[in-house]
Design a protein around this ligand. Structure first.
Ligand code: PEP
Ligand code: MN
Length: 269
């Protein structure tokens, strides 16, 4: 068993952490609102992309530093830690100055020069599994960070590419118990990118709890249909609150742990 502690949040060793927020940071007021809403439902870390790895170079590439400023402000205002992707070594210092946790995206999991530099930075990291990578390759990528002395590493299963077309990716939940056997790093699950379908984010979140995940990463937006990116897999506030309630109840049932429910009462924030 292993855990990573960042600020007042521990992930692993029985501590379940939910990371939530928009795919892309779109504007200041919206991010502040999202932060307060997800906090009220029990999330402890705010996510949002400022530097976005998009399949098409013509798609929205993110707000860059402006977005990171909003992230810092929203995290502080809501009392949430923050995570955002660092896509390139040249952004390491900039991103570290605004967010608590670096995200290494799926497309960069085997960018070893980036991993070495992120490892050297010592800044906490959430590393996503490459969508074409085996579990062993995922663990070896984590070793690149650990070898540089950075032990604050959280792994994230986010689905792999298969022949299945009804989902965006195939969420490989077997990775969770296997990684737990083979390493002592905490593992969370991202059913948003892992399925690409808002309608199955809740059941796959519960499955992630059942296989022993240490947390979840969920995309949330006030109006998913209008989201700049990944709206099809994004939950609105109501769906996220319902998911948190169900996940909390399942954790209480399976692991005798506190449901998130009491947090919902803090809506006054
Ligand atoms: C993200 O979480 O913003 C993201 C781009 O995910 P992934 O790297 O898993 O595709
Ligand atoms: Mn996304």
């Amino acid at each position: 068993m292993g855990a990573v502690t960042v600020g007042n949040v521990t992930i692993g060793d029985g501590n379940f952490a939910v990371i939530a927020g928009p795919c892309s940071i779109e504007n200041r007021d919206q991010l502040l609102e999202i932060a307060k809403e997800v906090k009220a439902s029990g999330a402890v870390i705010l996510r949002g992309g400022a530097f976005k790895p998009r399949t098409s170079p013509y798609s929205f590439q993110g707000l860059g530093e402006e977005g990171l400023k909003y992230m810092k402000e929203a995290g502080e205002a809501a009392g949430l830690l923050t995570v955002s992707e660092v896509m390139d070594s040249s952004e390491i210092e900039l991103v570290a100055s605004y967010v608590d946790i670096f995200q290494i995206g799926s497309r960069n999991m085997d960018n070893f020069s980036l991993l070495k530099r992120v490892g050297k930075s010592g800044h906490p990291v959430l590393m996503k599994r490459g969508y074409m990578s085996t579990i062993e390759e995922f663990l070896l990528a984590a070793e690149y960070l650990l070898k540089e002395g950075n032990t604050n590493v959280i792994l994230c299963e986010r689905g792999i590419r298969t022949f299945e077309k009804l989902t965006r990716n195939t969420l490989d939940l077997s990775a969770v118990p296997i990684i737990k056997k083979m390493s002592n790093l905490p593992v969370i699950v991202d059913p948003s990118h892992g399925t690409g379908r808002a309608d199955i984010v809740a059941p796959m979140s519960k499955a992630a709890v059942a296989v022993g995940a240490d947390g979840l990463m969920i995309e949330v937006h006030p109006n998913p249909r209008k989201a700049i990116s990944d709206g099809q897999q994004t939950l609105d506030y109501q769906a996220f609150a319902a998911l948190m309630e169900e996940v909390g109840e399942l954790r209480a049932f399976l692991y005798n742990q506190q449901p998130f429910k009491p947090m919902a009462k803090l809506k006054a924030l």
